[in-house]
Design a protein around this ligand. Structure first.
Ligand code: HEC
Length: 172
């Protein structure tokens, strides 16, 4: 009797997963390699993952006025959302002014962040040229590049951020 019960339980264990697969909720489709590639937006500090396209701060100002000004304020000075430029204090002041210019160690993070999350109301809606241009504008507002410097997959990773060496690595 005990063995019979044991066998029934054991059989149930084997059968259930197969049954579960057949009678599942049927939601969605299996992600294909192409879908995963299109969703994979990661851009690394060395520029790996940056797409084709380019822009400068002159073009970026237009993008900024149209899509970013409302929340981030005139010249990135802050509004309902974070200040992005124009720091009046440095990082050791209290409170510190954490802008792209005073804080961010890598310029590629601007492209990465904006392409995946901004504008807050419509992430993913900007073209790569618009993102390069607004990235250039934010670097220009922080006095890091000139207004006409062309920012693209090659030049962006080469931009030296003022706080590049301000972080202490705990991985030795
Ligand atoms: C509707 C309001 C809104 C608009 C429009 C908007 N942002 Fe933002 N942005 C935010 C908010 C809120 C945050 C903070 C979100 C967070 O930290 O997760 C933020 C964060 C950021 C940050 C990171 C700041 C930091 O120091 O962490 C950047 C860079 C940025 N936005 C760029 C842009 C750019 C470029 C545009 C225009 C293309 C834009 N944003 C449009 C609301 C907005």
């Amino acid at each position: 009797m005990f063995i019979a019960r044991f066998l029934v339980c054991f059989a149930a264990l084997i059968v259930l997963p197969v049954g579960a697969e057949q009678s599942g909720p049927g939601l969605g489709v299996k992600a294909s390699e192409t879908m995963i590639e299109n969703w994979s937006l990661d851009i690394f500090a060395d520029g790996e993952g940056l797409p084709a396209g380019q822009g400068n701060a002159v073009a970026g100002k237009q993008v900024y006025q149209q899509y970013c000004l409302l929340c981030h304020g005139v010249k990135g000075g802050g509004g309902s959302a974070e200040e992005l430029a124009g720091a009046e204090h440095n990082l050791i002041d209290n409170p510190p002014d954490k802008t792209i210019g005073t804080y961010w160690p890598y310029p590629t993070t601007i492209f990465d962040f904006v392409s995946r999350s901004m504008p807050l109301s419509a992430p993913g809606s900007l073209s790569n040229n618009e993102i390069y241009a607004v990235t250039a504008y934010l670097l220009y507002l922080n006095d890091i590049i000139s207004e006409t410097a062309v920012i693209n997959a090659v030049s962006l990773p080469q931009v030296q951020m003022p706080n590049r060496l301000g972080f202490i690595s705990t991985f030795h």
